[in-house]
Write a protein that binds this ligand. Sequence first.
Ligand code: GLY
Ligand code: MN
Length: 446
Amino acid sequence: MDTFSRHRTALAAKLHDGLILLAGNSPILRNGDVNHPFRQGSDFLYLSGAQEPDCWLLIDPKRRNHTLFIPKVDNNHRVWLGHVPSPAEARKAYGFRKAFHAARLPWALRRARRGHRVLYADKATIKRLSRLDPGAARGLSPRPAALRDALDTLRAVKDAGELSLLKRASSVTGRAFRAVMASVRPGMFEHEVQAVFESECRRAGLKRLAFESIVASGANSAVLHYHGNDRRIGDGSLVLLDAGAEHLGYAADITRTFPSSGRFSGKQKDVYSIVLETQKAIIDRARAGVVSTDLHVRSMTMIAEGLKSLGLLKGQTAALVERGAVRLFYPHGIGHMLGLDVHDAAGGRGRRLPNPTKIPVRFVARLEPGFVFTVEPGIYFIPALLNDPANRRKFRGSVDFARAEGYLGFGGVRIEDDIVVTEKGPPVDLTDVPKEIAEIESLMAS
Ligand code: GLY
Ligand code: MN
């Protein structure tokens, strides 16, 4: 049984008292007759691996039927867009025993609904079904929340097949990062760095990125999701690259920060070393049973200590963390789950924990073997936070704002790896990109 059919079987076991129906994504018009690049829905990929637009998936747990429906196209479609698999080809390609043209979905649903009362389907699927045939789901009551919960629960723990897809996404992304580090020079534009990264991913056959690449130099590296990518890289400035390819939908998400000139200045080394030591310590602690927010609080504590050593923060470390002064320099969480979505769900209802801290972070979960997530602490000098009058008043006693002003052009440092929680001991790190200062300098000198 392949990875995707195992996912269908697991979902059918959870939702055995109803029918499960999913509509795959449709093309999205950009303008005129031009579409956005097509990306299949993550749930649909999880359950089928099917990459074609306008597909449907019907699972009848009672009768153990998993049926894929694919669109029937005309010759005009074939002339412009080429071949679309026939049902027989789709059966083979995606490992289904049954596949039909999408027009037969209402017929199949009318037959399958006998003996069922519940339809596990999301709102978009129900809306599309009612456009196709408003009577096809008569007598079934929709349960979108239960479907969401079951999928989030299953998708949180990655199996061996998914781990191998994630590994390939990470390894190609890693190679592209190394190519970037070996080629960056002051005077290049951020978009040239982006071109090196993205062309390496494409050369390896990974045509799709998990998210828009962030290529930020100098002060831009203090913008967390910077997407301008159009500035000329100055001599002596930092370059922050946060990017990842995806492989059959599975994402990599890596960040490295390195000096444009190939050698870190003393000031850059100081800040970088704090982030690096924090990142390594948190990775080592990321073990089954640990609560993710504990990792985040620990990372804030280490960064607060580091900023104290640079004279940027002052006072009791615990108070700097609790009252939020450290968040002026580190205003995001330690990381996020990774999978078919770059910010993947951290489990369903059964796993959901109340956030034990007052810190607004999305990733709240007790770590389990098979969780894949990012560890990405950072330190940034963000004018919007450091010049904010309310922050200046509130944190007068804990931040040396005059000293912080001396860092305003510095930008920021973030270091991000993708890790897999194991049964016992430290996690497996999927990321193969230098992060030690000496390693980065030696790669950049090559
Ligand atoms: N890679 C962007 C993010 O994690 O938000
Ligand atoms: Mn990330």
